[in-house]
Design a protein around this ligand. Structure first.
Ligand SMILES: Cc1cc2nc3c(=O)[nH]c(=O)nc-3n(C[C@H](O)[C@H](O)[C@H](O)COP(=O)(O)O)c2cc1C
Length: 362
């Protein structure tokens, strides 16, 4: 068999993928107050149905896990009713979609939250930096409180219940956001995890929250191939720091390699430019690589065996039919970062497709 390229079909668990493109999870800040996705998101995701697999924006599994303005949750019937329409619209267009669970941990502000609960995190270390709020503009991150050991099973159960909710709403699977400095990465990283219980200290203890959360999500799904994970080793975003990211992530990847997950999604960031070369040999299951790929570099990574799938973020914001454009060699529409997080349809569902009819499945 010849080496795969971006247009080679793939398979994740029981799902046939028409190509090797994943649409990256991207927060777009179009949700209503109270964590309810907007109806605009139905069109947005349906327009992108020709991606091999869509990963949704980061979705809070529970209200306490939401920290940003206009971001959604997957907990209440009102929230799930819109998610159900989103999954149905993507399937109607022949697509596949996983929901990404993003629990912000210590990254948030009360003005963005619809719960009065404080932020929770492994140790009460406040994040340096500021966050946008619609009501008060830029604000310092809230002071978080440390999670008690006896609370951890309940927090993990939140991810399990959200998994049940997403699958019941028709999603094909779920992804644990264990990257970008949010709660799971706060457990993994020495800068934010100063715990002295079984969830802190040694690397085996620091990976425990992530491994147990994945196991709970898999039990909820009844099928490991419906659960994926995203990691971003050594990414400094959100004031996160780890003394030895290579040790942390090689240990984590070895621990999860036998589980049979849907995929391991790795975001490459500048501190470790060869992270795919380091992790790929440790993981024989589907390996999805992301971070500033284009057509040529994506095809090269697939051809060399460095990855099985390529994750595209910013290009998908402005090219709903990215797969068709790659197939036909046509130019891409440049993305507009000024509308990444602004409310409304502009810069969200108004980008042209090649046919002007919306994307069709390849
Ligand atoms: C507007 C925007 C929002 C993002 N939101 C998320 C998110 O909610 N969850 C996540 O895991 N990554 C998020 N990311 C990171 C992307 O998933 C991806 O890893 C990153 O953009 C690198 O891919 P790219 O170079 O192809 O854009 C976001 C990126 C952008 C541009």
């Amino acid at each position: 068999m010849s080496a795969p390229n971006l247009l080679t079909p793939g398979r994740i668990g029981g799902l046939n993928l028409p190509n090797r493109l994943f649409m990256a999870p991207m927060t777009r800040s179009r949700a209503h107050a109270g964590g309810v996705p907007s109806d605009l998101a139905i069109d947005y995701y349906a327009q992108r149905a020709s991606a091999g697999l869509i990963l949704t924006e980061g979705v809070a599994p529970v209200a306490v896990g939401l920290g940003y303005a206009r971001t959604p949750t997957a907990e209440t019937p009102e929230q799930m009713a819109v998610w159900k329409k989103i999954a149905a619209a993507v399937h109607e267009k022949g697509g596949r979609i996983f929901m990404q669970f993003m629990h912000v941990g210590r990254i948030g502000h009360s003005a963005n939250r619809y719960t009065s609960e404080p932020l929770i995190t492994p140790s009460a270390v406040r994040a340096a930096g500021q966050i946008w709020t619609d009501a008060q503009g830029l604000q310092d991150y809230d002071q978080p409180r440390a999670i008690e050991t006896n609370e951890i099973p309940g927090i993990i159960e939140g991810f399990a219940q959200a998994t049940r909710n997403a699958l019941a709403a028709g999603f094909d699977g779920v992804e644990l956001h264990s990257a970008s400095g949010y709660l799971p990465m706060q457990f993994l990283s020495t800068g934010t995890n100063k715990r002295t219980d079984g969830y802190g200290g040694s690397v085996q203890n620091r990976i425990r929250f992530v491994v147990e959360t994945l196991q709970a999500m898999i039990a909820a799904a009844g099928d490991a191939s419906k659960v994926g994970i995203k990691i971003s080793p050594a990414m400094p975003f959100n004031d996160i720091q780890d003394d030895d990211p290579i040790e942390t992530y090689t240990t984590l990847v070895k621990a999860i390699a036998p589980i049979g997950l849907a995929f391991l999604h790795v975001l490459r960031t500048p501190p470790i430019p060869n992270i795919f070369e380091i992790l790929r040999p440790l993981y024989s299951g589907p390996f999805a690589a992301g971070g500033a790929f284009d057509l040529a570099s994506g095809n090269a990574a697939l051809a060399s065996g460095l990855a099985d799938y390529i994750v595209f973020g910013k290009p998908f914001t402005s090219n709903p039919d990215l797969a068709e454009r790659f197939a036909s060699g046509l130019e891409l529409t440049p993305f507009d970062a000024t509308t990444f997080y602004t409310p409304g349809a502009k810069g969200y569902i108004d980008y042209p497709t090649l046919t002007g009819q919306g994307a069709t499945a390849l």
